[in-house]
Design a protein around this ligand. Structure first.
Ligand code: ADP
Ligand code: MG
Ligand code: ZN
Length: 723
């Protein structure tokens, strides 16, 4: 039977191998056994019920919590040639009826259903006539109130099963493995002697880092800048924080999106869509975002605040690197974070036993942020798995990609100031005093007469605050647990004040971009985006990043070679193979022409990389057209004048390079050049003055609007460049 399963894997998904755990779960379901599959996010659970669904007679009902995503999931299956549909409240009655009709006619192998629908009389009646072979319950932890996404409607599942004329085999899928949740899944879903398969929780392609006392805003700006062409999520704890970061990123010109429960349904839907379609690269969101979002090419997840427990953290962070390519998970820990989470728990959990439970989990989360040991090891042992030797070697604590700096003198200044202020004030006032601020509060309290007043006058207040926060995070200072936390000296601080101990701080060097640009890969992405728009499905549904990357490395020369690429199934080969092949062939032809006699070498070299540091007139220019090099640098976040300076070009030429790239079909993120507050105005002026000539437009607009902004608007909205 597994032989058949493997054939389906190849034919419909284009994969050669099962991932760990998948084959066992599939075999168990095909053998008619109720099955609980506990596998981490991104491990590939969907395929574990989709493949048996294809092999079993009749139809499989899939219960899934997120209505808004069913369409995407079903579209993705349809793209692969797997007959599937969904039924939820977004359909009209007549459309739902039509689909039930088709189900009876045997048109589908899978039907996705929202849990609320299950016990509706009409649904139960209609479904009673079908032959249902399997019931798959995705995100099954939603049934448990001990889980992190409790959905009361999941309790309908057992009633639904009890009312069916023939009991199907039942599969439950989740990433949550805590004992309470496991027990709840088996009992509340009324499983019969279920086989429980737990796959390793390790996600070797993800790297984990905790940063303490970092200036969070600065870090995010720098990070996003270094990774503009990558998809990523930034999770923040509150709506307010999400809005603030979102505005900040937009103001700096990044194509950012946002998502939280305070937005209208429509806006949330459209933001999510733009992220799925790669129109928005970085999504700033509360934890309301992400469940069931199967976008496979998320390259990083940054937590702007510490989440409430490890389950939430691992699930959210795990949304990166689902395609198996490297994913970076960074948690920015701030000393206020535990206080905020504690406050939220106090407010939302009444039941005393449950509150205790939540607080314990919170403490374990805080411990993760402070542990000096291997972070991966911490995660694995938290989820009850054996540790990985003496450390993973590539988490933030295992690698020393920072420099130890002696900050003893700075620390002494801070401690002394805290001491003289009698340990009765918060971080802001302390920073003001050290800065030598003239603000009223400082003067009223007479702190301007302290010897520590103005001791750090040469630094910014923000800098000083960051320093104090670092000292809190490393335990030298302590924050009281009150509404306005007060800074106290820890025991170690006194030793330092007496010059009996030193303070060292790890300073992180500037981070490298996650992935160096690869021009063929970029061209394939353009092709994918074109298809995605034509077909009305997200880009990653057409092909995953991994698939494009493999194409750009192996450069298949014909359809047979394309079939060998991971992720290319039969249907997609027929539909899209030719288009991608054309892109590759054209690329090779152009590069061979440009490189002249070095042809033979190029064909067997791995794809060339465009580096930010491309030198003025290096030999790269001979193989990579100059405007494409500019685009590569722009995509890596370089500003226009930076590019101009590095490459010894005028800014005007750099702008024209981008225009040319756009005309040749490359995607250029124009939003970075357009100040949001002027976008509407520029559009209006173009309509008024015309877009042929730039000068009259420039004159008609405020001085703050640059030529670059005007060109960008012309390209983005009018598809022309102007001269
Ligand atoms: P989750 O366990 O979080 O539900 P998904 O089912 O969404 O994970 O799968 C995550 C990604 O892994 C998808 O892009 C999927 O195509 C890919 N995937 C699943 N199984 C395999 C496999 N055997 N080989 C390669 N990629 C796979
Ligand atoms: Mg899933
Ligand atoms: Zn490690």
């Amino acid at each position: 039977m597994l032989e058949m399963a493997r054939k389906v894997l190849k034919k419909y998904y284009g994969y050669d191998e099962f991932r760990p755990g998948q084959a066992k779960v599939i075999a168990s379901l095909l053998n008619g056994k109720d099955t609980v599959a506990i596998m981490p996010t991104g491990a590939g659970k969907s395929l574990c019920f989709q493949i048996p669904a294809m092999l079993l007679p009749g139809i499989t009902v899939v219960v899934s919590p997120l209505i808004s995503l069913m369409k995407d999931q079903v579209d993705a299956l349809t793209e692969q040639g797997i007959p599937a549909t969904f039924i939820n409240s977004s359909l009209t009655g007549s459309e739902a009826g039509r689909r039930l009709q088709q189900m009876r006619a045997g048109r589908f192998k899978l039907v996705y259903v929202a849990p609320e629908r299950l016990t509706a009389d009409w649904f139960q009646a209609a479904v009673g006539e079908l032959s249902i072979s399997m019931l798959a319950i995705d995100e099954a932890h939603c049934v448990s109130q001990w889980g992190h996404d409790f959905r009361p409607s999941y309790r309908n599942v057992s009633t639904f099963i009890a009312n069916l004329p023939n009991r199907p085999v039942i599969g439950a899928f989740t990433a949550t493995a805590t004992p309470e949740v496991k027990t709840d899944i088996s009992s509340l879903l009324a499983l019969q002697w279920p086989q429980v398969h737990i796959t390793g929780f390790d996600r070797p392609n993800l790297s984990f880092t905790v940063m303490r006392g970092e200036n969070k805003q600065q870090f995010v700006l720098q990070y996003v800048k270094a990774n503009t062409s990558q998809s990523g999520i930034i999770y923040a704890a509150t709506r307010k924080e999400v809005d603030g970061l979102y505005e900040l990123l937009r103001k700096k010109g990044y194509a950012a999106g946002r998502y939280h429960a305070g937005l209208s349904d429509d806006e949330r839907m459209s933001q999510q869509e733009r992220f799925l379609y790669d129109d928005v690269r970085v999504m700033v969101a509360t934890n309301a975002f992400g469940m069931g979002i199967d976008k496979s090419n998320v390259r990083y997840v940054v937590h702007y605040n510490m989440p409430k427990n490890m389950e939430s953290y691992y699930q959210e962070a795990g949304r990166s690197g689902r395609d198996g390519e490297p994913g970076e998970c960074i948690l920015l820990f701030g000393p206020q974070d535990p206080l905020l989470q504690r406050f939220l728990i106090d407010k939302s959990v009444e039941h005393p036993e449950r509150k205790q439970h939540e607080l314990k989990k919170l403490q374990e989360m805080v411990d993760y942020c402070h542990t000096p040991a291997c972070l991966r090891q911490y995660i694995l042992s938290y989820f009850g798995e054996p540790a990985v030797g003496s450390g993973c070697g590539h988490c933030g604590n295992c690698t020393a990609d920072g420099e130890q700096v002696d900050i003893t003198v700075d620390a002494q200044k801070v401690f002394s100031c805290v001491y003289r202020m009698k340990e009765r004030f918060g971080i802001s006032v302390i920073a003001d005093v050290l800065k030598g601020s003239k603000n009223k509060k400082v003067q009223q309290l007479g702190f301007d007469r302290l010897p520590t007043y103005g001791l750090m006058a040469e630094r910014t207040v923000l800098d000083i605050k960051t320093l104090v926060q670092r000292l809190v995070a490393t335990g030298y200072l302590r924050l009281t647990e009150s509404e306005y936390p007060v800074v106290k000296l820890g025991p170690e601080a006194m030793t330092v004040l007496r010059s009996e101990a030193q303070v060292w701080q790890k300073v992180f060097t500037e981070r490298q971009p996650l992935v160096a640009d690869d021009s063929l890969f970029e061209l394939l992405r353009v092709c994918r985006k074109r298809i995605s728009e034509r077909e009305g499905v997200p880009p990653f549904v057409v092909f995953a990043d991994t698939t494009l990357k493999e194409m750009s490395q192996h450069r298949p020369a014909d359809l047979a070679a394309i079939r060998q690429i991971k992720g290319v199934g039969e249907l997609k080969l027929q539909k899209y193979g030719g288009e991608f092949l054309a892109v590759i062939t054209k690329y090779l032809a152009e590069n061979i022409a440009a490189a002249g006699s070095t042809t033979a070498v190029i064909e067997h070299q791995p794809a060339k990389k465009v580096k930010v540091a491309a030198k003025k007139s290096s030999s790269k220019a001979e193989t990579e057209p100059s405007h494409v090099i500019t685009l590569g640098m722009y995509r890596q976040g370089a500003e226009l004048d930076e590019i101009a300076a590095t490459r010894d070009l005028t800014t005007n030429t750099v702008q024209n390079h981008l225009v040319r790239c756009a005309q040749e079909g490359h995607t250029v993120d124009w939003d970075r050049l357009i100040p949001v507050q002027y976008e509407e105005l520029i559009i209006a002026k173009v309509k008024e003055v015309g877009g042929k000539q730039l000068k009259p437009l420039k004159d008609a607009l405020p001085d703050a609007v640059s030529y670059a902004a005007i060109k960008a608007v012309l390209c983005k909205h009018f598809g022309v460049a102007g001269t």
